[in-house]
Design a protein around this ligand. Sequence first.
Ligand SMILES: Cc1cc2nc3c(=O)[nH]c(=O)nc-3n(C[C@H](O)[C@H](O)[C@H](O)COP(=O)(O)OP(=O)(O)OC[C@H]3O[C@@H](n4cnc5c(N)ncnc54)[C@H](O)[C@@H]3O)c2cc1C
Length: 409
Amino acid sequence: MTTTQDADVIVVGAGPGGSSAAHHLAQSGLDVLLLEKSSFPREKVCGDGLTPRAVKSLVRLGIDTSEANGFIRNRGLRIIGGGMRLELPWPELSTYPDFGLVRPRLDFDELIVRAAQQAGARLQEATTVTGPVLDQSDRVVGVTARTADGPQTYRAPLVIAADGSSARLALSLGVQKRDDRPMGVAVRRYFTSPRTDDDMLESWLELRGSDGSLLPGYGWVFGLGILNTTNAWQKTDYKKLLKDWTGAMPEQWQFTDEHATGPVRGGALPMGFSRTPHYTRGVLLVGDAGGAVNPFNGEGIPYAMESGLLAAEHAAQALARPDGPQRELALQGYPQAMKQEYGGYYTLGRVFVTMIGNPHVMALATRHGLPRPLLMKFTLKMLANLRDPRGGDALDRVINGLARLAPAA
Ligand SMILES: Cc1cc2nc3c(=O)[nH]c(=O)nc-3n(C[C@H](O)[C@H](O)[C@H](O)COP(=O)(O)OP(=O)(O)OC[C@H]3O[C@@H](n4cnc5c(N)ncnc54)[C@H](O)[C@@H]3O)c2cc1C
């Protein structure tokens, strides 16, 4: 085995989390090596839905979010359930824009990684990280990888693990998935549809099969999700569930096999900080690797990007200090910042998923909640985590208060 390259920070995985981290690190003047097992353009199983929260992260990276640049805009959420249909525009806030986007991950992820490269990050594709390199004190000082040129070792004082829900690097350091945190599974399929340009994201709170029977989980027009808090968790055939649901959807969507452009594919949604600690022995966990998916709505892209930024900020501050206790103190600030930013809200999310795991509660909430506009406005802000942290309206203040009171996840 040969030692080839050195860097200030190695980032493992060039999804939205890793590329955002690499971008911010490069902008801080650091030498960043971004290692990615696949080669761009590459697919990632996802619903491709971007809320205003994700838009904000894209703008922060200097990415053009206009339709001219290939994004499809949406102006809110259409919720369907309990025989009702409700359109809720994204809230008007000073912190987030009032529009969301849709873009296939096939080129969405490439857009972000190219921006990181432009900022100065060095991307190395077709490089599968196989494990950490440890010093005598068991601290991570690099990674080993499989490449086309054979096994390689890359060394750096800090490593950011953004390798997605499989979280191999964290696992190899003994950071296990937490059983006390929610887990979701989602499946999706692409179709050609005359409603591709719908300016609302559509969410179905009740899934029904072609015989009208109630199916577990809830659906987005780009796929569906189910939580480990439902009784159906272990027993469900997710691909069949998606087929049953799309088969029973209104004809105008054209969710039929002949309009499908690919197979049904699925993946895990690690939620509510299901892998902690987010910092250990020279490694910071970002995005799905740290179980950062929002338990309320299964959204993971903005949390991957935001945690990438937070990790990069703490890494840059740490590297400006001498190696030793001072640097360690700066790095310990990362899990604390994650807790402070999302901990209370994610604890509320845990309660929420336990409640909606019970179909009776879900049915009651749909029947009695949907007809109440103020309650639904509150629900949208809560589910999509869209509120002003300071100032804001009465609903923002209620959610901020609840998130502050809840013990941090
Ligand atoms: C069916 C489904 C639908 C979803 N829909 C949405 C949605 O509509 N909106 C939303 O916001 N979120 C959605 N999510 C969640 C979202 O996809 C993730 O939260 C998000 O991709 C996390 O980003 P990440 O950068 O942490 O990880 P990933 O996007 O998984 O990126 C990890 C990267 O690391 C690379 N990698 C992995 N292992 C290694 C290794 N050993 N060495 C080198 N590289 C490695 C991978 O190739 C990949 O490029 C959905 C998820 C699923 C499964």
